[in-house]
Write a protein that binds this ligand. Structure first.
Ligand SMILES: Nc1ncnc2c1ncn2[C@@H]1O[C@H](COP(=O)(O)OP(=O)(O)O)[C@@H](O)[C@H]1O
Ligand SMILES: O=C(OP(=O)(O)O)[C@H](O)COP(=O)(O)O
Length: 395
């Protein structure tokens, strides 16, 4: 990473504003998955040990610029306190005299959590005045919110104009893992791309074609590619307006020497329902019967994808192979998760549904890196610059 990190600064006795992504799923006031909080601990612990005065900030949900107790960070303060084994107090707001007073009382090694920054409309607008008010609370800015790095907001980008601005340890790890894979991978380099639609991932596919040796395409988006080859897809999710694009991408891959693997067989269902009647069909010879839909890859595809994964030294995976939320159509995704877990090379799982699938398969600890960002990792794979990273000081 060509940006400075928190290790490049002397933070002893300094007030350090740390932007985290504590946007965790909640059931009422109960956090149902604390992965993002746990992922932020290395930076927080590092700052505590170095004697910094730690001011944590984050958004939670999309409160649209209004105070809404449903999106309070109170449950996060409690969980952080348990994980760190020390008091983490939360302020009522994220700027203003109350916050300033609490910040002034901080001692070296103390941790304070500000209330949801999105309770201010200026946050998502990257309002310069709000950014300045955040900056006035601290001496140093650390961005550790990889999951929000694709947003140019007051606490992710604007604030960096006013303070020495560096990456946190999570941000550094995310950028290093994905950056190394894209820029200088151990080959063969394989991307596994799935999920619902081609239209969501066109730029990802185009960017990856210039980098990978092998490309596996699964999930709903594979349907459009299969149809572009003339296969029967029945009532499956197909983007008719992307058929030409799909065949152009396949042609481009061929001319670039990238091997593309599409599902050879499909699990087809009579309707989009967890208990729908279903069976396996050969994608080319039989296709999806009229009125039926493809909801998962079949066993032959699982085997082929496993072989492709086995001979890879770097893998990036983003998007499920089927409707994995329904057990009957989760086998393909679980199988890919298990295959990737067995790969001895570098294995990177993009955020979102693929992470949920890796957890469902019980193989999360077997991956080299699991990204904490869904949208952010997708934009990174698209080759886009992330505003939250661009704003940081160069090395
Ligand atoms: N064959 C399919 N037909 C319909 N939906 C599918 C199919 N395969 C996967 N999906 C759906 O795609 C969704 C995930 O797509 P997407 O949001 O693009 O992935 P990610 O969040 O990993 O980027 C899941 O909800 C899954 O049920
Ligand atoms: O959860 C997030 O995005 P993700 O679900 O794409 O990983 C981030 O916290 C960003 O949130 P936002 O999409 O409301 O800006």
């Amino acid at each position: 990473m060509n940006k400075q990190s928190v290790r490049d600064l002397d933070v002893k006795g300094k007030k350090v504003f740390v932007r985290c992504d504590f946007n965790v799923p909640l059931d009422g006031a109960t956090i149902t998955d604390d992965t993002r909080i746990v992922a932020a601990l290395p930076t927080i612990r590092y700052l505590i040990e170095e004697g910094a005065r730690v001011i944590l900030a984050s958004h939670l949900g999309r409160p649209k610029g209004e105070v809404n107790s449903k999106y309070s960070l109170e449950p996060v303060a409690q969980r952080l306190s348990e994980l760190l084994g020390k008091a983490v107090e939360k302020t009522q707001g994220s700027i203003g005299p109350e916050v300033q007073e609490r910040v002034n009382l901080l001692q070296d090694g103390d941790v304070l959590l500000l209330e949801n920054v999105r309770f201010h409309a200026g946050e998502e607008k990257n309002d310069p005045e709000l950014a300045k008010q955040f900056a006035e609370l601290a001496d140093v800015y650390v961005n550790d919110a990889f999951g929000t790095a694709h947003r140019a907001h007051a606490s992710t980008a604007g604030i960096a104009e006013h303070l020495p601005a560096v990456a946190g340890l999570l941000m550094e790890k995310e950028i290093n893992f994905m950056g190394q894979a894209l820029d200088d991978p151990n080959r063969p380099f394989t991307a596994i791309i799935g999920g619902a639609k081609v239209s969501d991932k066109i730029t990802v596919l185009e960017n990856l074609l210039g980098k990978v040796d092998q490309l596996i395409i699964g999930g709903g988006m594979a349907n459009t590619f299969l149809k572009s080859l003339g296969y029967k897809l029945g009532n499956s999710l197909v983007e008719e307006d992307k058929l030409l694009l799909a065949s152009a991408l396949l042609g481009k891959a061929e001319s670039m020497g990238v091997m593309v693997f599409l599902p050879e067989d499909l699990v087809v269902a009579s309707e989009f329902k967890a208990d729908a009647e279903h069976r396996v069909v050969d994608a080319e010879l039989e296709g999806v019967p009229d009125g039926w839909m493809a909801l998962d890859i079949g066993p032959k595809s699982m085997r082929t994808f496993e072989l492709v994964v086995q001979r890879s030294n770097t893998i990036i995976w983003n998007g499920p192979m089927g409707v994995f939320e329904m057990d009957a159509f989760a086998k393909g995704t679980i199988s890919v998760a298990q295959s990737v877990a067995k790969c001895s090379g570098t294995t990177i799982v993009g955020g979102g549904d693929s992470v949920a699938a890796v957890e469902k398969a019980g193989v999360a600890d077997k991956m080299s890196h699991i990204s904490t960002g869904g949208g952010a990792s997708l934009e990174f794979l698209e080759g886009k610059a992330l505003p939250g990273v661009v704003a940081l000081n160069d090395k």
